[in-house]
Design a protein around this ligand. Structure first.
Ligand code: TRP
Length: 459
């Protein structure tokens, strides 16, 4: 039973464009900014190991499920879930998955934009030569000068939101495709350059050991939850972003191999980023567990002391900004598309409305790094000492994304008929289809539920 739904928002011009767009969404601050500092905070190898397992056993089946649902539903996640549930004669409450996803998208983008603003500020720092001859201490000063000034953060946050909404307003082809075609490959090459620098000038062995020599005693429930959440975050899963992109995918493209390629590219870039950063951290006796400032405190050291460092520094933060840009777009695309479908407004008005909301929520993160580093009324709760940014990140990434992921998997594996999923996936090997179905029905939901129960202290 094939389906004949159509996307009112347009289509990718080719399968390759989908891969680039999905990889553009996946590769972003999550790989270069977040992965290294989370690994650093959680003791390195232990975190990396759980993260890799989560990518393979949970992330991949969820990704295939999202693309599958998206391509079959051909609309925003809310309406895709509703249409597919109706097709199987199930409750239309499944559309709540789409609503939760949109909410998570707003929450994540609101702080993502502030951090992306840091990369823009660093482009300027690099251009002004602030990195030249930098020492560890001075590097910390450049960073704290930035984050302690809410006006600077607000300015760059505003610039980033405007740029993101400008692309989204232009729509699938004109907006999204042009942004990803050249920038992704360029970022990849530049990260390789950084790894080579770290190999030559950093303590490469210490970096390798830190990332790949797991200390199993450090796999605590919190580390497991963070690794799970991050696996979803880095692959852009659990909130419908990839589902939305799947709805623009032409029918003849293979969903399975596309997903594997995207996941490999994403994981590869994260590992390379780790290999570029930790050797420098250890060679300069910097603190590996210093949190969100990690790459902003370490990479400028490398740029400040390498030949042509000003150029490379400028290029690096520019490309990182582009990587963040192509990711940010996908965080808000489901909400923008839904508003267009639901209220028949133009893409431009819809993008404007979404941008305004996100910008406003982002103010909470702007102040999280200066005036408002902890929320007072959380004292006495398990979240004591957390900032608004910490709380948003925790709720959206560690709770909402995996929850969305479980529901998406359960829907694709149990609610959708075997005929529909087999038809839509069109996998050549029955074994591959069987493998996906088993992972989506049992392994992925069970894995996520286990992590949740573990965190709740059930065992
Ligand atoms: N994956 C992106 C990154 O690693 C962030 C991102 C984009 C995202 N779209 C998403 C995260 C959807 C969760 C859900 O930077």
């Amino acid at each position: 039973m094939s389906n004949s739904r159509v996307s009112i928002h347009g289509y990718w011009s080719s399968r390759l464009m989908f891969i680039l767009a999905a990889a553009g969404s996946a590769v972003g601050l999550g790989n270069v900014w977040k992965f290294p500092y989370m690994a650093g905070d959680s003791g390195g190898g232990a975190f990396v190991l759980v993260y890799l397992v989560c990518i393979a056993l949970l992330g991949l089946p969820v990704m295939v499920s999202e693309v599958l649902l998206g391509r079959r539903g051909r609309s925003s996640p809310v309406n895709t879930m509703r249409a597919l549930a109706e097709e199987e004669n199930r409750s239309t409450s499944w559309s709540l998955v789409g609503f939760m996803g949109m909410l998570a998208g707003f929450m994540i983008l609101s702080y993502y934009s502030v951090i992306a603003g840091w990369t823009l500020a660093y482009v300027l720092e690099a251009a002004q030569g602030s990195f030249t001859g930098l020492t560890g201490e001075k590097s910390g000063e450049v960073f704290s000068r930035l984050v302690s000034n809410p006006w600077r953060l607000l300015f760059w946050h505003t610039v980033f939101i405007v740029l993101t909404m400008a692309v989204v307003a232009r729509g699938v082809r004109k907006g999204l495709e042009n942004a990803v075609r050249f920038l992704m490959p360029a970022l990849f090459v530049l990260i390789l350059v950084m790894v080579v620098y770290a190999l030559v000038h950093g303590d490469f062995l210490a970096g390798l050991k830190f990332l790949f020599n797991p200390d199993f005693s450090r796999i605590t429930p919190e580390v497991a939850l963070k690794a799970l959440g991050h696996a979803f975050f880095t692959l852009s899963l659990g909130m419908g972003a990839i589902m939305m992109y799947g709805s623009y995918l032409p029918r003849n493209a293979s969903i399975g191999s596309t997903s594997v390629q995207v996941a490999l590219a994403d994981t590869g870039i994260a590992i390379l980023a780790g290999l570029a950063i930790f050797p420098i951290v250890f060679a300069n006796n910097l603190e590996s567990g210093q949190g969100p400032g990690l790459i902003f405190n370490t990479l400028p050291l490398a740029f400040g002391n390498m030949p042509g460092g000003m150029f490379f520094g400028l290029l690096f933060f520019t490309l990182l900004f582009f990587a963040a840009w192509t990711s940010a777009i996908s965080l808000i695309e489901p909400a923008v598309a839904w508003l267009v479908e639901r209220f028949s407004i133009s893409r431009v008005s819809s993008a404007l409305a979404c941008g305004l909301v996100t910008w406003t929520v982002g103010l909470g993160t702007v102040f999280s790094f200066n005036h408002w580093t902890r929320i007072g009324w959380l004292d006495g709760t398990p979240f004591e000492g957390k900032s608004f940014f910490d709380l948003l990140d925790h709720l959206a990434v560690n709770i909402m994304l995996p929850l969305g992921g479980i529901l998406i998997c359960l829907f694709a594996g149990w609610v959708m008929s075997e005929n529909s999923s087999r038809d839509e996936l069109g996998m050549k090997h029955p074994f591959v289809y069987g493998l996906w179905r088993m992972l989506a029905r049992y392994v992925a939901p069970a894995g996520m539920i286990l992590v949740f129960l573990h965190v709740l202290g059930v065992f």
